[in-house]
Structure formats: structure tokens, C-alpha cells
Design a binder for this molecule. Structure first.
Ligand SMILES: Cc1ncc(COP(=O)(O)O)c(C=O)c1O
Length: 383
């Protein structure tokens, strides 16, 4: 299958990821940080090395400020639920994923938080000045996605981080789309909290993700339980990362995530960005003139994380995705992409969108074949 669904999860993974997971499971996969035997220590060292690799990748000063989670959703929920206090005000954008919008909605319904949404323009772009206008004395959190999972638009994160720092408001970055092909520097971008999945652009396996919390910030945990530390105490330890890492960690996954990041470092993030952009441009050039094709993504390298979203005439986008899968063996996602306000922003509430999301293993041949498939599908509908 030609896999163009990398925004959902990346596939395939680099061989080094498969190899390291297999080696871990065969050779030393004990419970990290629990027992004192050699295998447990080897496992704890592997976790610590993964933390160090991740912290270097995002310019995080202290690796212990990273807690492993099972995906980005868990990390986002920890921050949203763990920092909300009665009477607080939270600002988010219309381009956010439901992993942010749903917990926010619940806080709103319970009367805990007031939520303000900053609407993107017709391409989904967020203007930091619109965020500034909404800031109030009780604003406790600003949330923004690095890039939209619906159409790939990249947000002005550095400017938003600067604004948040100016007003001394914590800034939560959702790095689910773009981590691995967009350079993230938590210091330079003034990021207070960052949620990242391991299984998308970072090339790790599913069941991995993480949360960065700036030193000095305390966030109430979602889960409490065994951490391997302070075992005789009935209280949840308040030190990072133990505070947010109750229960046995996904060691094979974490080892795989580390290998994924090493693979990215080997290729160079800038080269990945350039390569994906070359493929994206080729796809765009190949389909932009096709009858009935309407494109919702921008094509500038600095404005798109690797997604081309389109519709064909007024066809149902899930139907197009189904034809691409069954007739052409091309994997894409159709319909609504867990971001209802983003569809409202882009005006695609009725049809949804067909999303082609590229990865670093896609080839020029994949793209040319996809262009041919789109041309054929469009010609059928134009009759
Ligand atoms: C922008 C964005 N945020 C958050 C998530 C949630 O990520 P995960 O599936 O790892 O929980 C996704 C998933 O597609 C996403 O695209």
C-alpha cells in the first residue's frame, strides 16, 4: 500500500526502531526503576538515555522534566486538567485537535474554566495579535498547536511564546504535528508545557508520547500510583518525572522512540523538511489544475508540515478516501479529522476533507501514482 496517512501515525518505521524494540524485549526488558537487579538497572538506564536524547532534540535543559505518556492526548490532558483552577481563563485556537477541545469543553461545562477560542483565517493561520486581545487578568493558559492536523498549516509559535512570556502566562504547545520535521526549541520558543506523540513524526511505535514541563511548574497528576521511588510513602512523589509516571513504563516503546529520534538526527531535520516539501510540491503541482480539485493547504515550506488536504467537486471525502484505498491501494484519511472547529474555519463542515499526509519514506513514484489516481477519480465525477 502507498501510505499517505503519516499525520495519523507514521509508517513504516526505520529499521533501527524495529531492531531496538526487538533487542530490548529479547535481552533486557525488566521493570525500570523498580528492582535493583542488573536487568532492571539496564532498563532504567535505557529510559534515562531516551530522556536525554529527547531533551537534546527539543533543547530541554533537564531531561527529568520529561514524563513519558502513552500518546499526545494523555500529555495534553495532564496539563489541561492538572492546571485548571476554578475561575481560570484559557485561550486556545480554532485549529486545535479534540484532545484539547474536549477536555476544555468539559471544564467549561463544569463551570471551572472560561474558554476563549481564537479563530484562524481562511487558511487556518492564527494571528498572535488576536490572542493578545483576549488575554485577561485571570488567563491561566494559552494553548496552540504547532501545525494543524487538518491542513498542515504551521503556526507562529515563537511569536505566541513571546507573547505568553510577556504576560507571564504558561504556554502549552501541542507538538503532535510537526515534531520531527520542524525544529522545536523550548527555550527559544518560551514553551512552558509541551505534549508530543512518539508515534508520528518522531518515528517511534504507537503507545509512546511525552510531556515536557518547565522546571518550577507544578501540575497535578491525572494518575497516582507506584513510581518505584519513595515506596514506603502513601503520598504521590512530587518530583519530576515520577509525579506523572505512575505504573510500569512502556520500555520497548520508549527504546523505539529513542531510536526513531536517532534516525531523524542521522538524516537531519532540515533534510527531512526539504524532502517532504519536494514531495508535497510535486503532488500540489500535479493536481492543482485537475478539474474539481479544491486544495485547502498552503504550499510554502515554512507554512506546511507535510499535509495536502483537498476535496473533489462536492463529493463526500470519505467516499474518495475509500476509492483511493480499495481501487488504488493508497492510504489516506477522509471525513472529519477530530478537529471540528478547524473544519468550520476552513469551511469544510459539510464534506470533511481528504488528507494526504507525507512521510520521509514516501517516494516520487508514490506521488506520481497518487496524482494519476486523483486525475482518474476526478474524471469519473465530472461526467
Ligand atoms: C494536532 C494533534 N494533536 C493531538 C493529537 C493526539 O495525538 P495522539 O493520538 O498521540 O494522542 C493528534 C493526533 O492526530 C493531533 O493531530
Amino acid at each position: 500500500m502507498i501510505y499517505l496517512d503519516n499525520a495519523a501515525t507514521s509508517f513504516p518505521k526505520p529499521n533501527i526502531v524495529y531492531d531496538e524494540i526487538y533487542r530490548c524485549m529479547r535481552e533486557y526488558c525488566a521493570n525500570p526503576g523498580r528492582s535493583g537487579h542488573k536487568m532492571s538497572l539496564a532498563s532504567a538506564i535505557a529510559v534515562q538515555e531516551a530522556r536525554e536524547t529527547i531533551s537534546k532534540f527539543f533543547n530541554i535543559r533537564n531531561p527529568l522534566q520529561i514524563a513519558f505518556t502513552k500518546n499526545a492526548t494523555e500529555a495534553l490532558n495532564i496539563i489541561i486538567q492538572g492546571t485548571a483552577r476554578a475561575g481560570c481563563h484559557i485561550i486556545a485556537t480554532s485549529m486545535e485537535h479534540n484532545s484539547i477541545l474536549r477536555p476544555l469543553k468539559e471544564l467549561e461545562k463544569k463551570g471551572i474554566a472560561e474558554v476563549s477560542i481564537v479563530w484562524g483565517n481562511e487558511t487556518g493561520q492564527i494571528d498572535p495579535a488576536s490572542i493578545k486581545r483576549l488575554i485577561k487578568s485571570n488567563t491561566s493558559l494559552i494553548i496552540c498547536t504547532l501545525s494543524s492536523n487538518v491542513n498542515g498549516i504551521i503556526m507562529p509559535i515563537e511569536e505566541i511564546g513571546k507573547l505568553a512570556a510577556e504576560y507571564n502566562i504558561p504556554f502549552l504547545l501541542d507538538a503532535a504535528q510537526g515534531a520531527g520535521s520542524i525544529n522545536i526549541d523550548v527555550e527559544k520558543m518560551n514553551i512552558t508545557y509541551m505534549a508530543f506523540p512518539g508515534h508520528k513524526g518522531l518515528m517511534g511505535p504507537q503507545g509512546t508520547g511525552g510531556l515536557y514541563i518547565k522546571e518550577g511548574m507544578f501540575v497535578k497528576p491525572l494518575l497516582k500510583g507506584g513510581t518505584g521511588s519513595f515506596s514506603s510513602s502513601l503520598d504521590q512523589p512530587e518530583i519530576m518525572p515520577d509525579l506523572h509516571e505512575s505504573g510500569t513504563l512502556n520500555l520497548p516503546g520508549i527504546v523505539g522512540l529513542k531510536a526513531g529520534i536517532e534516525f531523524i538526527n542521522g538524516l537531519g531535520i532540515e533534510n527531512i523538511k526539504l524532502y517532504k516539501n519536494m514531495l508535497l510540491k510535486r503532488l500540489y503541482e500535479g493536481i492543482k489544475e485537475i478539474d474539481g480539485v479544491k486544495i485547502y493547504s498552503k504550499m510554502n515550506i515554512n507554512e506546511n508540515s507535510g499535509i495536502l488536504a483537498l476535496n473533489i467537486f462536492d463529493c463526500d471525502s470519505t467516499e474518495i478516501a475509500e476509492i483511493l484505498s480499495s481501487k488504488y491501494n493508497i492510504a489516506v484519511r477522509g471525513g472529519y479529522h477530530c478537529a471540528p472547529l478547524a473544519h468550520k474555519t476552513l469551511g469544510t463542515e459539510k464534506q470533511g476533507l481528504v488528507r494526504f499526509s507525507l512521510g520521509c519514506f514516501n517516494t516520487i513514484e508514490d506521488i506520481d501514482y497518487t496524482i494519476k489516481a486523483i486525475r482518474e477519480i476526478s474524471s469519473q465525477y465530472s461526467k
